[in-house]
Ligand binder design. Structure first.
Ligand SMILES: C[S@@+](CC[C@H](N)C(=O)[O-])C[C@H]1O[C@@H](n2cnc3c(N)ncnc32)[C@H](O)[C@@H]1O
Length: 395
């Protein structure tokens, strides 16, 4: 791309941001806006060829479970759209691919206040097997960023907070990152069979997820809400620390397994406005304050506590909204998520048929692998176990 094109895209990005800030998408019924905004933001991350290349190299340097477009979007979003006035909260950084994109964007944001930080929370351990983690980190070992001490540490402790620190501390942006080890309960306390189940991956003492009294946030990136109850708990703890106008960016919203995220956002749809979507990442603005009590009243601790007829309606509304937003991917994905939910609730035959039906639809022309994946791995329970659609319930 020539320099002229970079400048043109930069102007288009600015126009997209101005439209977003003017709230014109809601006022004028501009339904193409969320798709446009995300796509224009991830087209380039800098105004010059060289800077764009340098930033992309950094964004692609760490093993990550986000897509390249999602990381480019995060960088541009925090550079151009985030207000810079308050802190950023992240749950689920893993090795920090997303954290780096966020922090680089924050650094480039001309309105960033000096004290703004990204507070990033994770279990920081026992996510992948140690051997797998070492495999993901192989390029860092080859380049000498990590050595034998770290290898032995990972094999012994299966922890990656120390590695996270080593990967990022050499960069200027790291002064803005505050990593914290914490665990989000995936199982409601009352349903723990052995009281330890919420912390099932931990032998050591780990802090349950909570947020400090004195801090507030103007953007939240969510990539660690891997259960229905974890999502509920996270939102109940986080919402009181954010105000109207805060952005909530859900990486897993478009992952076929994570039905709890679209369900949560649809149950509370009058509180959240869709702002942008790219790949699996969906960004919403909090447009009305949502209290803990409202969540308690309307979102039970377990998916089994909502009648099936309500889910049917909920997913129909989600699909209608995806059609309005020209979001073809979600039109398919909501069906896969609905199938995942059915499987989770025990309707495995129906779930399987619904997924197989997608294989005979036009969606299979472009998303065949995604559909096949849903057939094999429809969703997982709060212990992380696959809901296998090919086994009768009692086996
Ligand atoms: C999909 S990965 C995140 C990927 C990351 N954002 C990236 O850029 O590559 C999910 C992360 O969430 C964390 N996580 C999952 N469940 C959690 C829980 N209940 N409490 C705390 N962290 C959790 C995992 O340890 C893992 O690091």
């Amino acid at each position: 791309m020539s320099q002229d094109i970079f400048q043109l895209i930069s102007q288009a990005q600015q126009i997209g941001c101005n439209l977003e800030k003017a709230n014109i998408s809601a006022e004028g019924g501009l339904h193409i806006h969320p798709a446009y905004l995300a796509k224009i933001l991830c087209l380039t991350v800098a105004e010059s060829v060289e800077e764009n290349q340098n930033l992309n190299n950094l964004l692609n340097d760490i093993h990550t479970e986000t897509t390249p477009n999602e990381r480019k979007f995060l960088l541009s979003f925090f550079k151009r759209i985030w207000d810079g006035q308050d802190n950023v909260l992240e749950i689920g950084p893993f090795l920090g691919g997303s954290t780096r994109a966020i922090a680089l964007g924050m650094m480039l944001n001309p309105n960033k206040k000096n004290l703004a930080r990204v507070y990033t929370y994770d279990r920081f351990g026992k996510y992948h097997k140690p051997e797998e983690l070492l495999h993901f980190l192989a390029p860092m070992f080859e380049r000498g960023i990590l050595g034998e001490t770290e290898k032995q540490f990972i094999l012994k402790n299966n922890s990656f907070l120390e590695v996270f620190d080593i990967i990022h501390r050499q960069f200027e942006y790291y002064r803005m990152i505050v990593p914290q080890r914490a665990i989000l309960n995936d199982i409601p306390p009352g349903q723990d069979s052995d009281n330890e189940a919420s912390f099932r991956f931990e032998q050591d003492q780990v802090t349950p997820f909570n947020l400090p009294e004195e801090l507030t946030y103007s953007a939240v990136f969510v990539d660690g809400c891997k259960s229905w109850y974890g999502t509920k708990q996270f939102m109940q703890i986080t919402l009181p620390k954010t105000s109207k106008g805060c952005y909530y960016i859900f990486q897993d919203y478009g992952t076929h397994t994570c039905f709890w995220l679209p369900v949560f956002l649809q149950v509370f749809n009058k509180y959240f406005k869709l702002v942008a979507f790219v790949d699996h990442t969906y960004t919403f603005e909090l447009v009305e304050e949502l209290s803990q009590e409202t969540i308690s009243k309307n979102f039970p601790d377990s998916p089994a506590d909502i009648p099936r007829s309500e889910y049917e309606l909920l997913f129909k509304k989600l699909q209608a909204s995806a059609i309005n937003f020209n979001d073809t991917y979600s039109v398919l994905n909501y069906q896969l998520q609905y199938a995942g939910l059915l499987g989770y609730l025990g309707y495995r035959d129906e779930a399987r048929s619904l997924i197989v039906k997608q294989l005979n639809s036009p969606f299979a022309l472009t998303h065949r692998q995604w559909i096949l994946r849903a057939l094999e791995w429809s969703t997982y329970d709060s212990q992380g176990n696959n809901i296998d659609l090919f086994l009768p319930k009692e086996i």
